[in-house]
Design a binder for this molecule. Structure first.
Ligand code: PMP
Length: 385
């Protein structure tokens, strides 16, 4: 039978209790959501600073609406690149101290575009073992040889760099999406400089939150140390889309050769204008980052007291390592029964035996919300005796 794999692969997922399904989620205010009319506290959002639902940003969106088109109407090299896009790019380039910024409709597309295009003539890609799927897909679609180094293991990377040939690209993340820890940025950039490798950091989860004024990895390293940077707007910035910050020559190369950029309708101009407003608001509202930090500390402190299986993360991503996929799912269901929404992350997203609850803490959570989560976790994991 043709396409037989569809039935067999879905059956295998179902048998392993790993079948993925969507649900209609109605966002209420960022900290709560509704599913089938039931309210839940939301501990699964990447809107770390509460921007997506903030009154400030909603008002700015309403004010911007009459001035900007809802859609760009074309790809950027045809007629899709507007003043709204140019202003957003210029703001990012100035604040990150980078020569050029290029917008994409998603971080997934930006990662693929940069890696696939830059490595289209071969060479070597050295990727952290936990690099995001979009970076690996970009690497696989390139002509380069892909090797993965053990997570954050600089000795392993140094060894691979020493034996790599041709153009070398090292890829890693400012904050790892499933573990919440960070790449050792100074060490990794020193190694790259020593071996004349280009460093590419995906800062999807650090941008908006970490570093000076929330500018993330781009404010921690100079352009010479970190020539290639990507971040999305879909997380702390509260909108969607993404950007690459790169040197002038790479910008020109991407505009000419990056298929994801050339053959895709440009981001909505209205969205670009709202995103720019969000960036400006975030710089003026350090209290959001401070509140997030306080919430993270509160969660970790109390989770430690309850002996919950915390991982080594100081960021908004606070996974609880359960191990078994079915147990993670059961715990998730117990939390849902208590009005708490946390997603279980299971293979193939994470390695076998490392299933986890991916708790994300946001600035919009109150102390009472965090206490409610911890109480529910303690009950769910049987620590409340
Ligand atoms: N990189 C990382 C580390 C991510 O977590 C994500 C989103 N899951 C992406 C890239 C993709 O970004 P976007 O959602 O904007 O496509």
């Amino acid at each position: 039978m043709a396409f037989e794999f569809i039935v067999s692969e879905l059956a295998a997922r179902r048998a392993a209790s790993l079948l993925r399904q969507r649900q209609i989620i109605e966002q209420v205010d960022g900290r709560t959501l509704l599913v089938d009319g039931q309210p839940y506290l939301n501990f699964s959002s990447n809107d770390y600073l509460g921007m997506a639902h903030s009154d400030d940003l909603k008002l700015a969106a309403a004010q911007a609406a009459p001035d900007w088109a809802a859609g760009s109407g074309a790809s950027p090299l045809v007629t899709g690149h507007s003043q709204a896009h140019a202003k957003l790019e210029a703001h990012l380039a100035e604040h990150l101290g980078r020569e050029r910024v290029l917008l994409f409709n998603s971080g997934f597309a930006a990662n693929q575009a940069l890696i696939q295009t830059l490595m289209s003539h071969g060479g070597h890609i050295l990727a952290d073992k936990l690099s995001h799927a979009s970076m690996l897909d970009g690497a696989l679609a390139s002509k380069a040889k892909l090797q993965r180094f053990r997570h954050n293991d600089m000795c392993h990377l140094a060894g691979l760099l020493a034996s790599a040939a041709g153009d070398k690209l090292v890829i890693s993340e400012g904050v790892f999406s499933m573990d919440g820890d960070a790449a050792p940025l100074l060490d990794i950039s020193a190694l790259c400089q020593q071996h004349q490798a280009m460093l590419y950091i995906d800062d999807a989860h650090g941008f908006g939150v970490n570093g000076d004024l929330g500018l993330g990895a781009g404010s921690m390293l100079e352009p010479a140390q970190l020539p290639l940077l990507m971040a999305t707007f879909g997380k702390a910035i509260g909108t969607s889309g993404a950007f690459l910050a790169v040197p002038e020559d790479i910008y020109a190369y991407l505009v000419n050769f990056a298929r994801h950029y050339i053959y895709s309708t440009a981001m909505s101009p209205l969205l670009a204008a709202i995103t720019l407003t969000s960036l400006k608001l975030l710089q003026k509202q350090p209290w959001r980052r401070e509140k997030l930090k306080e919430n993270i500390q509160l969660f970790r402190e109390k989770a430690r007291q309850l002996a919950l299986p915390l991982m080594d993360s100081q960021t908004a991503i606070q996974p609880l390592l359960i191990g078994d996929a079915q147990q993670s799912l059961t715990l998730c269901q117990k939390l849902k029964a208590q009005g708490i929404w946390v997603t279980a992350i299971r293979p193939p997203t994470v390695p076998q035996g490392s299933s986890r609850l991916r708790v994300t803490i946001c600035a919009s959570h109150t102390k009472a919300d965090i206490t409610a989560l911890l109480d529910a976790l303690a009950r769910g994991m049987g620590n409340d005796a």
